[in-house]
Design a protein. Structure first.
Length: 543
C-alpha cells in the first residue's frame, strides 16, 4: 500500500472495511496505474507539458474561451489560494458550488492539485440539503459562485465545520479573484497516492439520508480509459456539449474528464433545457453530446428542423444517453430526426461512470448494451447465483471502479460477495446483451404478472399524443396492483375518456395485453430530479 499524501485522513478512516468493498478488476493494460497519481497532472498539466497548451479547452456562451494553458493558470492560482490563504491541507473536503462554467472546472482542478477532496453540489440544492452534505463529509472549505451565496450562507449558519468560504464571480473586494490576483507562478501538485480519495459524490437518490460515494485519483483515470476510448471513441478535435451538472458524475465525466483526457474542448452551459442545448450545439459547432433520454425526446423535432447533425449539414456526430432507461421509441425518434444512433450507457454514482453500453454499430433497441471493456456484468438470481440467459434478475457488476460509501451501513446493500448491485432488474440475452427491465423496487406485480414500468412507458410513447409518461403500480384490492399511467400530452391533443380508451387499446396492440394501463391520469408535467430522473415514488404517494 503506497503512503497516502493525506494529512487529514478523514476519508481513509471511513472507507468500508476491506471485506465490504467490491472486488476491483484491473485487467486491461491501460488500467495499470502507478502508485502515485494525481488526476490533475494527467488531465490538465500533461497537455501543456506536451506543447498543447494553446488548444481550446473550455468554451461558454458570451464568448468566454479558455485554452488548456489558461485553465492551468487559473487552477494553479486557486490552488495557491486554497493552500496559502485558506489553510487547506491534503485530505480536507472542499464544497464546490456553481452552475456548469469555466470557474467551476478551475476550482475542481485546484482541489485536485492541492490534494483536497472535491464535493460537488447541484445548484438547486437548498440549505437543509447542503447542511446534510457538509455534516456527512465534515466539509471545512467551500468555493462558491456568488450567485448561489444565499443558500450556502444559510447552510453555513448550521455548519460549524465549514470555516473557510470564498465566493467567485461577485463584486466583493475579498472575493476569490482578488486573492487569486496575489498569486502567480506554477503550483506544484501534491504528490497524491493513486488510492487517495479525491471525490465525494453524493448519490442523486431521492429519499432518505444522502449517501457519499468515495472515488480515488485512480478511479477518475479509470473512468477515462474504459467507456470513452472503447465505446464512445471521440477524438481531439471533438467539441463536447451537454446538460448534466458537473456535480453529477455523468456530467463530470462527459463534460470535463473525457474531453480533457483526449485534449478536446467542451462547451459549458449554465442551464441546458432542450431548446438551449440545440441552440448552443449550433452556435458552438458541437460534435459530441451528453444528455438524458427525455432531453433527446424533447429535442428531436427541433434537431430535425434545425439540421444539427452531420447527416443534415450540421456538426453533431455522437450522442450519449444515460441516467435513465432509453426507450426504444426515443432511440428511433432521434435516429429519424438526426441520422444518429444513440450510444446508451448505464452508469451510477457508485461506479463513477458508464459500465454497460454499446457503440452505434452494436446498438440494439431495448438493450443497454454489453459490459464495457474493463468491467464484468451478470444477472443474479435471488440467491446471488448467476442466472441463466433470458431470466430476469438483479444486475451485478465489477470493474476498476466500484462502490465505497463513506461510513454507511448501506454499503452491505450495494456490495455483496465482491459484486456491486445497482438496484436494477435486467435480463441478459443469449449473446450477452443486457436488457433493462426496471429498478428492482419498481417492478409492478399485477394479478401474479411481473410488469416493468419502462416497457409500458415505451409502448405509450409510440403514440403520437404522448409527450412524456410515467407508469407505476397502484394498489388494487383484486389484483394487488394495477398498472397506472400518468401522461403528459403533446400540445395538439386534449385529454378525455376517448383518448384514455385509445391509449389503452394502443398499448394492448403493441405489447402483451395484460400489461395495459388500467388507469390513466393526464398531467401537465412529471416529477423529476435535477439529474432528469423520473420520480415514480412521488406519483405513488397520494397528493
Ligand atoms: C439508472 C439507467 C437504464 C439505473 C449515471 C451515467 O445515472 C447515473 O447515476 P445515478 O447514481 O443513478 C444510477 C441509476 O440510474 N440508469 C442510469 N443510466 C441508465 N437505467 N439505462 C441507462 N442507460 O437505475 C442506475 O442504477 O444518478 C449515469 C454516468 C454516471 C452516472 N452517475
Amino acid at each position: 500500500m503506497p503512503a497516502t499524501s493525506h494529512i487529514d485522513t478523514f476519508a481513509r478512516d471511513r472507507l468500508p472495511a476491506p471485506e465490504q468493498q467490491p472486488e476491483f478488476l484491473f485487467e486491461l493494460p491501460e488500467l495499470q496505474f502507478p502508485e502515485r497519481l494525481n488526476c490533475a497532472t494527467e488531465l490538465l498539466d500533461r497537455h501543456i507539458d506536451a506543447g498543447r497548451g494553446e488548444r481550446v479547452c473550455l468554451r461558454a456562451p458570451g464568448g468566454l474561451q479558455w485554452s488548456y494553458a489558461e485553465l492551468q493558470r487559473q487552477a494553479d492560482r486557486i490552488a495557491h489560494v486554497l493552500t496559502t490563504d485558506m489553510g487547506l491541507v491534503p485530505g480536507n473536503r472542499v464544497l464546490l458550488r456553481a452552475a456548469n462554467k469555466p470557474m467551476l472546472v478551475a476550482c475542481w482542478f485546484a482541489v485536485m492539485k492541492a490534494g483536497g477532496i472535491a464535493v460537488g453540489t447541484m445548484p438547486l440544492l437548498r440549505a437543509k440539503e447542503l447542511a446534510q452534505i457538509i455534516a456527512k463529509g465534515e466539509v471545512s472549505h467551500a468555493l462558491c459562485d456568488d450567485a448561489l451565496r444565499a443558500e450556502l450562507e444559510l447552510a453555513r449558519a448550521q455548519s460549524p465545520a465549514l470555516t473557510q468560504v470564498r465566493y467567485f464571480g461577485g463584486a466583493a473586494a475579498d472575493g476569490l479573484e482578488a486573492l487569486m490576483a496575489r498569486h502567480s507562478g506554477r503550483y506544484a501538485n501534491v504528490d497524491t497516492a493513486a488510492d487517495d480519495t479525491c471525490l465525494l459524490a453524493f448519490t442523486s437518490g431521492t429519499t432518505g439520508q444522502p449517501k457519499a460515494t468515495m472515488h480515488f485519483h485512480r478511479d477518475v483515470m479509470a473512468s477515462c480509459v474504459c467507456f470513452p476510448p472503447h465505446v464512445m471513441r471521440a477524438v481531439a478535435d471533438d467539441v463536447f456539449i451537454g446538460s448534466p451538472p458537473l456535480a453529477f458524475t455523468f456530467g463530470l465525466g462527459g463534460l470535463t474528464l473525457f474531453p480533457m483526457h483526449i485534449g478536446a474542448s467542451t462547451v459549458l452551459l449554465e442551464k441546458a433545457p432542450p431548446a438551449e442545448l440545440l441552440r448552443a450545439t449550433r452556435e458552438f459547432g458541437a460534435t459530441v453530446m451528453f444528455t438524458a433520454p427525455t432531453s433527446y425526446r424533447a429535442m428531436a423535432e427541433g434537431a430535425r428542423t434545425q439540421a444539427v447533425s452531420v447527416a443534415h449539414g450540421g456538426t453533431l456526430r455522437k450522442c450519449v444517453s444515460a441516467g435513465e432507461a432509453l426507450p426504444a421509441a426515443t432511440r428511433a425518434l432521434w435516429r429519424e430526426a438526426t441520422g444518429i444512433e444513440l450510444i446508451d450507457g448505464i452508469g451510477a454514482t457508485e461506479m463513477l461512470h458508464i459500465f454497460i453500453s454499446a457503440d452505434e454499430a452494436h446498438a440494439r433497441p431495448g438493450a443497454t448494451g454489453v459490459a464495457v471493456p474493463g468491467y464484468r456484468a451478470c444477472v443474479m438470481d435471488e440467491h446471488g447465483r448467476e442466472a441463466p440467459a433470458g431470466t430476469i434478475g438483479r444486475l451485478a457488476v465489477k470493474g476498476p471502479t466500484g462502490c465505497r460509501y463513506l461510513d454507511d451501513p448501506r454499503q452491505a446493500d450495494y456490495v455483496q460477495d465482491g459484486w456491486n448491485y445497482t438496484g436494477d432488474a435486467y435480463r441478459m440475452s443469449a449473446d450477452g446483451y443486457f436488457e433493462y427491465q426496471s429498478r428492482t423496487d419498481d417492478m409492478i406485480v399485477s394479478a401474479g404478472y411481473n410488469i416493468a414500468s419502462p416497457e409500458v412507458e415505451d409502448a405509450l410513447m409510440r403514440h403520437a399524443a404522448v409527450a412524456e409518461c410515467a407508469v407505476i403500480g397502484s394498489a388494487d384490492a383484486e389484483r394487488g396492483q394495477i398498472v397506472k399511467a400518468f401522461v403528459v400530452l403533446r400540445a395538439s391533443h386534449s385529454a378525455g375518456d376517448a383518448l384514455v380508451r385509445e391509449l389503452q387499446d394502443f398499448v394492448k396492440a403493441t405489447i402483451a395485453p395484460y400489461k395495459y394501463p388500467r388507469a390513466i391520469e393526464f398531467r401537465e408535467s412529471l416529477p423529476r430530479t435535477e439529474t432528469g430522473k423520473l420520480q415514480r415514488f412521488r406519483l405513488r404517494s397520494p397528493g
